[in-house]
Design a protein. Structure first.
Length: 208
């Protein structure tokens, strides 16, 4: 499925914030070879570096998402602060995690009605976590790597960033209010109303 396809991939040990100032050093453009197991560097990694160690996980997720939606061409992996903080104080259960995000911020039901997949902590850079993430990506566009980070898939960079930013905004709201008595919340009936009003197909079994 990926043979001949071209990807822009961040380099290992590189910081995304530096891409703007030196893209040729911090990014690489690779083409998946005909054997399907190797890649040709077309441009980038000017200091002799190489692609991120999590490339196998990224490519597995690409294959999974492209089967579900051929327009999901971008896989973004990041480490959003409040989403990670939430990992330490909230159950790592995808139904409960998703429900908390949905009820925290109105736009969440609209932006990711398909919910958030959640994996337990796993060693990064391995085939095991890549396979587990790809399996989740068959069902979700967002996958939490427990105590590590977040994966998002979209048709372009803007959509992938938008997904991640929406999760992070809701996680921030949760983290700054979770220790306080809750007086108000978005109810399940209101979540259903949002879904109906915006015409989104949501995971109905993720509501209580």
């Amino acid at each position: 499925m990926l043979i001949g396809k071209i990807f822009i991939v961040t380099g290992t040990g590189k910081y995304f914030k530096n891409v703007e100032f030196d893209p040729e050093n911090n990014l690489g453009i690779i083409k998946i070879a005909k054997d399907g197991t190797t890649a040709e560097l077309l441009w980038g990694y000017s200091d002799g570096g190489k692609f991120t160690s999590e490339l196998p996980a990224h490519l597995m997720s690409h294959m999974a998402r492209l089967k579900v939606n051929p327009e999901n061409r971008v896989i973004l992996h990041c480490h959003p602060t409040y989403t990670l903080a939430m990992n330490y104080v909230h159950e790592l259960d995808e139904k409960k995690f998703t429900h908390t995000l949905w009820e925290t911020c109105t736009e969440c039901m609209v932006v990711f009605p398909d919910g958030v997949g959640v994996l337990p902590w796993m060693l990064c850079g391995t085939n095991e976590i890549g396979e587990a993430t790809a399996k989740k990506m068959e069902e979700f566009r967002l996958v939490v790597w427990g105590l590590h980070g977040l994966y998002g898939a979209g048709k372009d960079i803007d959509e992938a960033f938008g997904l991640v930013e929406t999760v992070e905004k809701a996680a921030q709201l949760y983290m700054i209010s979770a220790h306080l008595p809750r007086i108000n919340t978005i109810t399940d009936d209101q979540l259903r109303e949002i879904a109906e009003g915006f015409g989104v197909n949501y995971k109905k079994d993720f509501l209580n």
